[in-house]
Design a protein around this ligand. Structure first.
Ligand code: NDP
Length: 333
């Protein structure tokens, strides 16, 4: 299967080209970029044969049946709609779009066109998160009472561009990281947050957008979720804890792009180290997407998952801006 990549981005270069090539018979045949001057060299270094600044041109290639979109966030909607209209399957980066209505339109268009549409929420593809979900589902910690997500990291210098200073491109830590944490909470607990309270601030990096946020979400079961995201914390380390009536799960270093981190479960029987699969998160995500195209299962995160993570992120920002508790609007999903 041949792929069109849209956006000569860091994530494409670091993970997604390799993830596509790890699937037998798959390769990237086009790179579509807005930067004519830069993309030629980029394509050469990644051995991608076709380069264009015209998405429509790449979409006329009948040999290419999948499109991966990793442009800046404000471009996702129009690019995904064009790819869907051309009959391509689409794996789109998070956040799916700038507005919930755009994300809903993308998902609906894909359903009507009969193509697979997925959101690249990589954390639910990791062995660690899948293992934690399994432990919870097996009842190892009893009834879940709370989830704490620690996702305050340090944005590396080379990514300190639109994320920290361009609201119109979808900058800010909430669209960047809170969407992932919303997806993690939904994936692990199997339910959607109902409402949120939140605070956000700029703590050294954000210029016109927030670089740090803390929020608390209520789940339908009564479980509470505490979520912390930041671009400015060099030494905090990431992780999550799930606390239940019969035990607690402690996962350190697992909110990351790599298959790393430690999981422990503590119950009345004592403390147990938990092992898990160390496969690549992004290769797993692409494999699940390719499987869904072949009619085997569903993508790791589909369009509705992308809509819901965006809805939570929007509610967090609204709650922080207004200083009030905000009920999450999932747009009917
Ligand atoms: P980058 O800033 O690296 O790239 C974003 C866009 O900016 C590119 O598509 C490219 O557009 C342009 N660009 C990239 N590098 C340069 C440069 N040196 N000079 C000028 N323009 C440049 O962003 P990321 O790769 O970090 O993020 C892209 C998307 O992927 C976002 O939606 C983000 O949220 C998502 N993402 C998802 C991750 C995940 O784990 N699921 C992880 C990281 C990001 P063009 O080619 O059109 O010029």
């Amino acid at each position: 299967m041949r792929w069109v990549f849209v956006g000569a981005s860091t994530i494409a270069a670091q993970y997604m080209i390799g993830a596509v090539r790890s699937q037998a018979g798959h390769d990237v045949s086009w790179i579509v970029s807005g930067s004519e001057g830069r993309v030629g060299e980029w394509a050469k270094s990644h051995e991608i044969p076709n380069v264009t600044t015209d998405l429509a041109k790449a979409l006329t290639d009948n040999d290419a049946s999948a499109v991966y979109i990793s442009s800046t966030n404000e471009k996702h909607h129009a690019q995904a709609m064009a790819a869907i209209e051309a009959g391509k399957h689409v794996l789109c980066e998070k956040p799916l779009a700038m507005s919930l209505s755009d994300a809903i339109e993308m998902t609906g268009a894909a359903r009507n066109a009969g193509v697979v549409f997925a959101t690249n929420h990589h954390l639910r593809c990791s062995g660690s998160h899948r293992k934690i979900r399994e432990l919870i589902a097996q009842g190892r910690i009893g009834q879940v009472l709370s989830l704490r997500i620690f996702h305050a990291v340090h944005l590396p210098q080379h990514l300190q561009g639109w994320r920290i200073n361009d609201a119109s491109a979808g900058g800010g830590v909430i669209p960047d990281i809170t969407v992932h944490d919303a997806d993690v909470a939904r994936f692990l607990l199997g339910e959607d947050p109902v409402d949120v309270v939140a605070q956000m601030t700029a703590s050294g990096m954000g210029d016109g957008v927030e670089d740090s946020a803390m929020s608390v979400w209520m789940m339908p079961s009564g479980a509470m979720v505490m979520s912390h995201e930041s671009f400015t914390h060099p030494f905090a380390g990431s992780g999550l804890e799930v606390h239940g009536s019969e035990g607690s799960i402690f996962a350190r270093g697992v909110m990351t792009q790599e298959p790393v981190g430690e999981i422990e479960i503590v119950t009345a029987e004592g403390r147990e180290h938990i092992s898990y699969s160390s496969h690549s998160l992004y290769e797993q995500g692409v494999a699940d997407f390719v499987g869904a195209i072949a009619g085997q299962g569903r993508p790791a995160a589909d369009g509705i998952d992308g809509i819901k993570s965006l809805a939570v992120a929007h509610a967090v920002r609204e709650a922080a801006q207004s200083g009030t508790r905000v009920t999450i609007d999932y747009g009917g999903f």
